[in-house]
Ligand binder design. Structure first.
Ligand code: UD1
Ligand code: CA
Length: 459
């Protein structure tokens, strides 16, 4: 799309009461300003300039990779903010979209509509407007007798008649870039707030005989700006609904969509079932027919088809087709469950592969370990991978059987088909198909228990 965009992100956001700049606050794991920049890119706009200012050292890193950050040193109003982009866009002629960095619900489709409408009509500007029952605080759209947009009046500058208008400025526009930068030179600050208002550009263009238009949104929620923590939560709720509805439309079942939180980059295949209290973040992907939840959080985790994950927390893990985990499994970075593997209750897996069909069913810690196929790890078995300074590997061959409560002191290798007697502490390599056991011999003293009971009764 032949258009560029400016994202305004220099404001302080005082009402957030935060150490962080407002636009760095996240919804569904993504900073506010990123939602806006991504919407611009999603509309096909490659060239984006971001106006930074307040705590710019925290905002710039969020946008520097795919936009041109420009600093607004003096925060003297929205017109001032756009004016600082003049140099960065000096060579640009065409449709210039202006977006506020604190409005994460704006969609690529609406941005495209603004651009198309401006280009079709050769307008100086198309502003996105909304009808609100309670317009307080917003700029009002003042139309002339013929219904054309004449200008915008800010709340603080509005007379009673203007304040009664319910059509409001969303703060999203598409301008003719040259008309915009020309008009900005004429914007003054003789108003209630002593600021340079971007909204004055509409009246100026109109007086210059250019066409000024409005696109009335059918979904005012799309224009929701975040100024407070309440609005941050409200925006999160809206985006949650939007994302969940899209997944349900694609064939994903959710028992209770209010209790499912999915990040914008998560991919889910058809016939996946999401139970209550599920969070899916980052680049997580879920394959067909898998059942996830309840109480499960997956971050950057790849889940195959037909998997079942109950009460599982996973980060940077890979779970192949038919594998399952939980209830109460913790899969840390580098955990890799091969096809049909099973990781059960109160089991933690870190940087380890659990081979095809292998089982770690209960109460185990497996770290820096390679487990072959068809292995059974008995309850309570642990890889002792850390000597206080270094981490060491454990290798367990195909078909090995590890008795319950085995300590495997790494580095150590247990050969394929080997059997480890329960309660062993394995410090040396075990050969294939061998039995290894470190358990002391059992002793038995006849009648001892009865004698003790009698003695205790006499005390
Ligand atoms: C603005 C509009 C108002 C509209 C409303 C929609 C103006 C004058 N008014 O009002 O008509 O209804 O948005 O939400 O534009 N910013 C800077 N530098 C500045 C000042 C602001 O970068 O010097 C940024 C802010 O960080 C914010 C955006 O511009 O992202 C809007 O500024 P704000 O002060 O919130 O404008 P509003 O009073 O909400
Ligand atoms: Ca605002």
């Amino acid at each position: 799309m032949n258009a560029a965009a400016i994202v305004l992100a220099a404001g302080a956001g005082t009402r957030m009461k935060s150490k962080k700049p407002k636009v760095a606050h996240q919804v569904l794991g993504k900073p506010l300003v990123r939602w806006v920049v991504d919407a611009a890119h999603g509309a096909g706009i490659e060239r984006v300039v971001t106006v930074v200012g307040h705590m710019k050292e925290q905002v710039e890193p969020l946008v520097a990779a795919d936009t041109t950050p420009v600093e607004q040193v003096e925060r003297n109003g929205t017109a001032g903010a756009v004016a600082v982009c003049a140099q960065a866009l000096a060579d640009f002629d065409g449709s210039l979209v202006v977006l506020t960095g604190d409005s994460p619900l704006i969609t690529p489709q609406t941005i495209q509509r603004l651009v198309e409408l401006r280009q079709e009509n050769d307008a100086a500007v198309v502003v996105l407007t909304m009808e609100l029952e309670d317009p307080f605080g917003y700029g009002r759209i003042i139309r002339d007798e013929s219904g054309q947009v004449a200008r915008i009046v800010e709340q603080k500058d509005a007379n009673a008649e203007e304040a009664a208008v319910t059509e409001c400025n969303s703060g999203f526009y598409c301008f003719d870039a040259r008309a915009l930068f020309d008009a900005l030179k004429k914007v003054g600050n003789n108003n209630a707030q002593g600021e340079f208002y971007l909204t004055d550009v509409l009246g100026i263009c109109r007086e210059a005989g250019r066409k000024v238009m409005a696109l009335v949104t059918s979904d005012p929620a799309e224009c929701l700006g975040v100024n407070s923590r309440q609005q941050l939560a409200a925006a999160g709720k809206q985006l949650q609904r939007r994302i969940n509805n899209a997944h349900m439309a694609n064939g994903v079942t959710m028992t209770d969509p209010d209790q499912v939180w999915i990040g914008p980059d998560v991919q889910i295949e058809q016939d996946v079932e999401l139970l209550p209290q599920v969070m899916l973040w980052g680049s997580t992907r879920i394959g067909e027919d898998s059942v996830i939840g309840p109480n499960t959080r997956l971050t950057n985790t790849q889940v195959g088809r037909g998997c079942v994950l109950q009460e599982t927390v996973a980060l940077d893990a890979v779970i192949e087709d038919g594998a399952n985990a939980g209830p109460r499994a913790y899969l840390r970075p580098g955990a890799h469950l091969c096809r049909n593997a099973h990781v059960g209750t109160h089991v933690e897996i870190k940087k380890s592969t659990v081979g095809e069909g292998s089982k770690v069913p209960h109460l185990s810690y497996i770290g820096d370990c390679t487990i072959g196929a068809g292995v059974n790890i008995g309850a309570g078995s642990i890889t002792c991978n850390y000597d206080g300074k270094h981490k060491h590997p454990t290798v367990i061959g195909d078909g090995a059987f590890i008795g319950s409560d085995t300590m495997m002191v790494a580095p150590v290798t247990i050969g394929a088909g080997a059997v480890i007697g329960a309660s062993s502490c394995i410090t040396k390599d075990v050969a294939e198909n061998a039995l290894a056991m470190t358990r002391p011999d059992q002793i038995q003293i006849e009648g001892w228990a009865e004698k003790r009971r009698k003695k205790q009764e006499q005390e």
